[in-house]
Design a protein around this ligand. Structure first.
Ligand code: ADP
Ligand code: ADP
Length: 228
């Protein structure tokens, strides 16, 4: 019942640096799994290979029984939330959330796109911000917009790369609870990158601990905490 299987994944960058040495892990459907480790240990490189933004130099990524390496990035149906939100500044919140449904070959009618966008804006508590531009919003509000936008295509996987690290401490706690409930409500299989052990322990169903391009531990949070 593994939904994602990463098998002996490797990445050597063009300059010869081997950022990922041989990484294998699996994720069950609907689980929220944290990739934990210090800056530079290869977490983003791993997410980018799953998303198709980078090509692996070895190994395989199987999602729902199918190798992702045979699938074009745009056809992988993966939602990606970045640390810096990456919203379109000239568009309103509603237009940002609708955007993925207005381009590409699975384009929806404007009415249908708006209905779906409004549903996810309610789930992320931003329905009152529909007509605002991102520049007017707080960091937490912007991150909620980015999350709603990542979910409207009903992606098979949600990737989140340090989504809380630009928020102040109080908001970090609040938004991480919101992310956990949302992921469980939607039932989406999620990979969540963080360098913060406490954050990983509080949000993850499972924690995969990275160290310099390899996996050091792949455990439930409890054991990780007791045996650091
Ligand atoms: P993390 O997300 O855990 O902070 P990254 O995956 O971003 O780590 O980076 C892993 C390692 O690969 C780091 O040492 C980083 O400097 C290096 N790296 C990242 N991108 C490139 C690149 N384009 N070319 C060469 N090295 C890179
Ligand atoms: P992160 O926040 O994930 O650690 P970084 O700030 O390390 O990311 O990297 C930002 C960008 O710079 C990424 O596109 C990454 O691929 C690139 N990069 C990181 N390290 C290197 C490197 N040593 N050589 C070339 N590019 C790099």
């Amino acid at each position: 019942d593994n939904f994602i299987e990463v098998k002996q994944l490797e990445k050597t960058y063009e300059n010869g640096y081997q950022a990922i040495k041989s990484v294998s892990f699996s994720v069950k459907k609907g689980d929220l799994v944290c990739l934990l480790g210090p800056s530079g240990c290869g977490k983003t490189t791993t997410l980018n290979m799953i998303a198709g933004l980078l090509n692996p130099t070895g190994g395989d990524i199987i999602v729902n029984g199918k190798s992702m390496l045979d699938v074009e990035p745009k056809d992988r149906n993966i939602g990606y939330v970045f640390q810096n939100y990456a919203l379109y500044p000239h568009m309103t919140v509603l237009q940002n959330v609708m955007f993925p449904m207005t381009v590409g070959k699975n384009k929806k009618s404007k009415a249908e796109a708006q209905k779906i966008a409004e549903h996810f804006m309610e789930l992320t508590h931003i329905e009152d911000l529909a007509d605002q531009k991102p520049g007017k919003l707080s960091g937490g509000q912007q991150q909620r917009v980015a999350i709603a936008r990542a979910l409207v295509q009903e992606p098979q996987i949600l990737l989140m790369d340090e989504p809380l690290s630009n928020l102040d401490a109080r908001l970090r706690l609040k938004i991480r609870e919101e992310i956990r409930s949302l992921v469980k409500e939607v039932g989406i299989t999620t990979l969540f990158v963080t360098h913060d052990q406490e954050e990983a322990l509080s949000i993850g169903d499972k924690i995969i601990l990275f160290h310099e391009g390899v996996i050091q531990q792949d455990d439930s949070g409890q054991e990780l905490y007791l045996n650091p």
